[in-house]
Design a protein around this ligand. Structure first.
Ligand SMILES: Cc1ncc(COP(=O)(O)O)c(C=O)c1O
Length: 288
């Protein structure tokens, strides 16, 4: 029997993903004029939902779009979507655009409702090979706009940079701006230097990653040396460990940067320790 189609949420209703119809005049389609979130669910429970909804509000404020729903409404509809798709481990994607006007004009439309879309897909396990061997990464100059703190659906810069990494048989690109490493194309960045965990401070140059905040909290709880500090390119290259983190890939180590092995060319001991803390935290929240 064919797999049942996943159920999506679209402008107030749950319906099969294949039945969602979006206007070609939608500003998300025409301009990338929208914001989004990706939230993992473990055991049917959305991971750090409050933090994701706060970041969503920050993105709305950043693009001057009124949030169509309150926190309670979001919570109900997103939890509903996870449950309707069978709970378990899922990746929830949601996007809100500035809606569809009657033509194409850059300026904000008046009295046009936002388009709200959300879907769930099974959360793919982080490949065992990636965890065991670590990732290959390259450094690239960041070519994106100057509001990388907004989780905008306009991702062409990230797409081109990620493809440049893939073209060189790499998993990810670590982005450099004004001589400092900021984040990956779809991940936040950590290094270990002098035994301390370092991640760049939040700024307009990088997305305020939820996984990053969780990792910093876990490091603080365990009294692991850590700090938020800018990472010059030279410090990145000399790092003892480099990690990348995101909602769908959790936390993985980089074992090769720009074709050169890091240390012994395998994930390091501090990564292992924090990875284990992260797994325990996930299990605790799923069972809570
Ligand atoms: C550019 C960028 N930075 C960082 C992240 C990590 O953010 P989070 O931990 O909230 O998934 C992502 C996630 O997709 C991203 O696209």
């Amino acid at each position: 029997m064919a797999e049942p189609l996943p159920l999506a949420y679209f402008n107030g209703a749950y319906l099969p993903l294949a039945e969602v119809r979006i206007s070609p005049l939608d500003r998300g389609f025409l301009f990338g004029d929208g914001v989004y979130e990706v939230i993992p669910a473990y055991g049917g429970r959305l991971f750090h939902l409050t933090a994701h909804l706060q970041r969503l509000q920050y993105s709305f404020d950043g693009i001057r779009l009124t949030n169509p729903y309150g926190v309670d409404q979001w919570t109900t509809l997103l939890n509903g979507l996870v449950q309707k798709n069978g709970a378990g481990d899922q990746a929830l994607y949601l996007q809100v655009t500035r809606g569809a006007d009657r033509g194409r004009d850059h300026g904000f439309p008046r009295n046009v409702p936002a388009t709200v879309f959300a879907m769930c897909t099974p959360l793919a396990k982080v490949p065992a090979e990636l965890l065991a061997a670590g990732a290959r990464a390259i450094t690239l100059e960041d070519l994106r706009w100057r509001r990388c703190d907004i989780k905008s659906t306009a991702l062409l810069g990230n797409v081109l940079l990620r493809q440049s990494a893939a073209d060189q048989n790499c998993h990810e690109a670590v982005l450099l701006r004004d001589g400092y490493a900021t984040e990956g194309t779809a991940s936040s960045l950590f290094i270990v230097a002098g035994g301390a965990i370092i991640t760049p401070p939040k700024s307009r140059d990088l997305l305020p990653s939820i996984t990053r905040d969780v990792i910093l909290e876990l490091a603080a709880e365990q009294r692991l040396a850590h700090r938020e500090a800018r990472i010059p390119a030279a410090q990145l290259r000399a790092a003892e460990e480099i990690w990348l983190a995101s909602s769908t890939r959790e936390l993985y180590a980089v074992s090769e940067l720009d074709g050169r092995k890091l240390g012994r060319g395998a994930p390091g001991p501090i990564w292992r320790q924090v990875y284990d803390l992260f797994q325990r935290h996930k299990r605790e929240l799923a069972a809570a």
